[in-house]
Each structure stands twice: as C-alpha cells, then as structure tokens.
Ligand binder design. Structure first.
Ligand code: GDP
Ligand code: IMO
Ligand code: MG
Length: 427
C-alpha cells in the first residue's frame, strides 16, 4: 500500500496455508520478501513466497522480469533448506534480465548523478524498457537455439552502443551469451510453460489462488512518485496483465500496509522523520533492506498515501503489519493531509516538485506504551485482549480508508498474526 517492505512476504506465506497456488505477477529480483518459519529466516527475491509451503504450486507469471542467475541461486538456497522446487512453474512469456540490463542499470544511475533513483541495481528498469521497446528476450526463447541466436545477434550490438554512449565499457561475446542462456533453458526446460493456461485452469476448478505483489503503490510506474519509482505496475490491476487472468477472476484484494511508513532509495517522502523518532522506527522495525541492505528511510503513517493506494488497488480488506514496532511510543502521529504552498491537500499530487514541497499535517493518537503486559501476547489472545489504544489506531485507519483490517501482524512469526477473516481459507 505504500513504498514496499511492508510484510507482503509474511502475509503471503500466512495466507498461502490455505492456497493451492501462489503467483508472482510483476517486478523482479528487486523485491525482497522475508519470511520467518520457526528459527529460519528465508529471503526471497524472485520466487513466490508459496515456495515455503509444501504442496503449493508457485508460479512466476509473464509480467515478472527474471534474472536466471539470481533464480538459480535462490533455488539452490531453498534446496539447501530441504525444500523442493518441483512445484515451480515459469511463464514462457516472462522477460529475461540479461547481463547488459544490470550494466545499464548502473550506468544510467551514474549518469543521473545526484538525481539518481537509487535503484536496486538488478537491471529492472533496462529490462522493462527493452520489453516495451520490443527488444526483450523471453524465457520461452531460451528453449529455441536458432531463434535465440537471431534475437541476441540483433539486440546485442544496440546495447553495446548504448552502454558505450554512456561512457562505459561493455563487451560480451554473443555466442557466449547464447551458450549461457541455452544452459539456463536446459535447467528450467520442465518448468517453462504457458502459465496463463495453468492459472486459468485452476480458476475454473475453483482452487484458491493467491497473487503476490512486489514493491508498493508509490513505486508504481504510472501511479507512484514518478520518476522515483520502479519500472512495473505494482497495483492490483497488474495481476491481470502480469499473470494472464481476467479482472472478473479477482475476488478479494488484501492491502498490506505497515503501521508506519518506510522508503528505500531516493524520492519524495512527506512524512519522513530526520529525528530521534525516525531512528527509533529504524531500529525497532529493523528497517534494513532485504535486497540491498540499505537503511530504510522511516516516517509516520501517511493517510494521504493510503487513500491514494486504496483508490487504486480497491482493497477488500487490509493487513496491517508491524504494529509491535510502535509499542514503546507515547503518542503516535498520523498524517491526514498536506500543506502544499499554503493549501490543504488531501490527495497525493502528481508532480514531483509538489510531492517534494508537501508538508504533512498531523493528528496525534495515544499509543499503547502504558500497558505493562506483553502486548504481543495480549494480541495473540484475540482482538478483545488487544490494548484499546491499538484497536483505536486500527479503527482510525479503517474509518479513514473505508476498509476493514482483518489481518493484524504484531511480529515476524506466523503465530504473531491476528486473523479476523470471516471466511478463512484454511478453516
Ligand atoms: P515485503 O517486501 O513487503 O515482503 O517486506 P520485507 O520482507 O522486505 O520487510 C518486512 C520485514 O518486517 C521482514 O523482515 C519481516 O520479517 C518483518 N515483519 C513482517 N511483519 C512484521 C510484524 O508484524 N512485526 C515485526 N516486528 N516485523 C515484521
Ligand atoms: P519489495 O517487494 C522497497 C525501489 C528501489 C528504488 C526504486 C527503483 O521488497 O517491497 P528498481 O531496482 O526497482 O529499478 O529501483 O524502487 N524498490 C523497492 N523498495 N521494496 C521493494 O520491493 C523495492 N523494489 C524496488 O529502492 O528506489
Ligand atoms: Mg521487501
């Protein structure tokens, strides 16, 4: 719902208990989804969080950009933990992140200088650019030597010229690249299929399918803080194009929202805190990037952002995460509007200079610090035992957005989750 890193991995893993299939539909290895299972901490970048649940079919849809090298490492990591990747399926239409995309990502960032986006360096922007300009290589192409060679021979010289024009050296032998890609094709041959057919067959059979988003609404290429965004659509609308399913198939949308706000990388962030409170959120929330290890910028919850995200994603319910991080705070601020050039604004503006000049207007809510009991334990006893101030905080958000929160997360563990869903899949 905000700038990502809000616990999508945890919530997806939690909901995956009752799911038959988990599908990633956009983004790439820029994502970092952390799941805690007992003593194990599993960080996934490309593989769907369903991989952690035995028996669940995990699908990487056509809208994802796949770095085959990262995927190989991630698969090897999961196998080392004793997990099977038998149930992984990869779309033949997904674009491949190639070595020159990563080189270009770095070169473009260096060329932007101080105005850099602060990308993850995973080649995401250049890969999606190639997809749009029809110079991409698809996962299915890795299975057709002749066609692949032809594509690489056409595309590679353009890429070399582009990289050189940015003042960087780049030389890669087309034949070696073809060889490397064919090897990945050989490795993944059994998994590369038309995943849209598979997913739609599951839909017809009435199976439970969970679509796992990456990044966050404010990083969406169309609706985020452009140009400080990622290169895909991160809103729920992307499920359809990125997984090959019709809008009518989507029954529920769960908006995962952290109880405060963070952002990694550059760009506008109206409620960012440059003070002691920002440091408290950073350390209590362990806000260090899963993918790049960077410190996440921290700030108060921003209802202007959440209203924007609610309008765009149409969540049928919310999953509010990391409420425990606010345990030791006396008074919690919530941004209800911005002051932009002396005017009160309640909707997120479209232009970067306006976003930069937005000053948050806050309301203050009482925290639950005064409770001497372990609030996580209280929450685990159910909503009635939850500190009243925590319930008030949740109700305040629900009321403003007009959406109910039916999953509340107060810790990393699966059992640190309060589930108020009336129709739990797993029941
Ligand atoms: P994602 O990108 O949205 O999947 O989120 P990340 O995994 O990048 O970041 C969320 C981090 O917060 C992870 O380290 C999770 O283990 C952790 N986390 C998730 N939910 C909670 C929670 O309710 N409380 C606390 N303290 N940590 C949480
Ligand atoms: P998850 O799924 C937070 C940010 C980067 C950068 C911008 C563009 O874990 O929530 P890119 O490499 O995508 O071209 O970088 O987007 N970014 C994320 N921030 N969480 C993510 O994923 C992100 N993926 C990309 O920091 O500002
Ligand atoms: Mg993350």
């Amino acid at each position: 719902m905000q700038w990502g890193d809000e616990g999508k991995g945890k919530i997806t893993d939690y909901l995956a208990e009752g799911a038959d299939m988990v599908v990633r539909y956009q983004g790439g290895a820029n994502a970092g989804h952390t799941i805690k299972v007992g003593d194990e901490v599993i960080a996934l970048h490309l593989l769907p969080s369903g991989m952690v649940r035995p028996g669940v079919i995990s699908v990487i849809g056509n809208g994802v950009v796949i770095d085959p090298e990262t995927m190989k490492k991630e698969i090897e990591g999961l196998v080392r933990t004793g997990r099977s990747v038998e149930n992984l399926r990869i779309s033949d239409r997904a674009n491949v992140v190639l070595p020159y995309h990563k080189v270009l990502d770095g070169a473009e960032e260096r060329a932007r200088g101080k105005k850099g986006v602060g990308t993850t360096g995973r080649g995401i922007g250049p890969c999606y650019s190639d997809k749009m300009s029809r110079s991409g290589i698809l996962m299915g192409d890795l299975l057709d030597e002749e066609y692949l060679r032809d594509r690489i021979e056409t595309i590679l010289p353009m890429k070399k010229r582009l990289i050189n024009s940015l003042g960087e050296e780049f030389d890669i032998n087309p034949e070696e690249l073809v060889k490397e890609l064919l090897e990945y094709g050989r490795i993944y041959r059994d998994k590369i299929i038309d995943t849209s057919i598979l997913i739609n067959d599951y839909i017809k059979k009435g199976e439970n399918i969970l679509f796992e988003g990456a990044q966050g609404t404010m990083l969406d290429i169309d609706n985020g803080t452009y140009p400080y965004v990622t290169s895909s659509n991160c809103t729920s609308a992307a499920i359809c194009s990125g997984a090959g399913v019709p809008p009518s198939a989507i029954e529920q949308v769960v908006g995962v929202a952290k109880a405060y706000t963070t952002r990694v990388g550059a760009g506008p962030f109206p409620t960012e805190l440059h003070n002691e409170m920002g440091k408290i959120l950073l350390h209590q929330g362990e806000e260090f990037g899963t993918t790049t290890g960077r410190e996440r910028r921290c700030g108060w919850l921003d209802l202007v952002v959440l209203r924007h995200a609610t309008r765009l994603n149409g969540p049928t319910s919310l999953a509010i995460t990391k409420l425990d991080v606010l345990n030791d705070i006396d008074s919690i601020k919530v941004c209800v509007a911005y002051d932009i050039d002396g005017e009160r604004v309640e909707h997120f503006p479209g232009s970067a200079p306006k976003m930069e000049s937005a000053k948050p207007i806050y309301e203050e809510l009482k925290g639950w610090k005064s409770w001497s009991e372990d609030t996580v334990e209280l929450c685990q006893q159910g909503i009635e035992a939850m500190p009243r101030e925590m319930r008030d905080y949740i109700s305040y958000i629900e009321k403003d957005l007009g959406v109910k929160a039916d999953i509340i997360s107060v810790g990393k563990e699966r059992d640190e989750t309060i589930d108020l869903r009336p129709d739990r899949w797993s029941a």
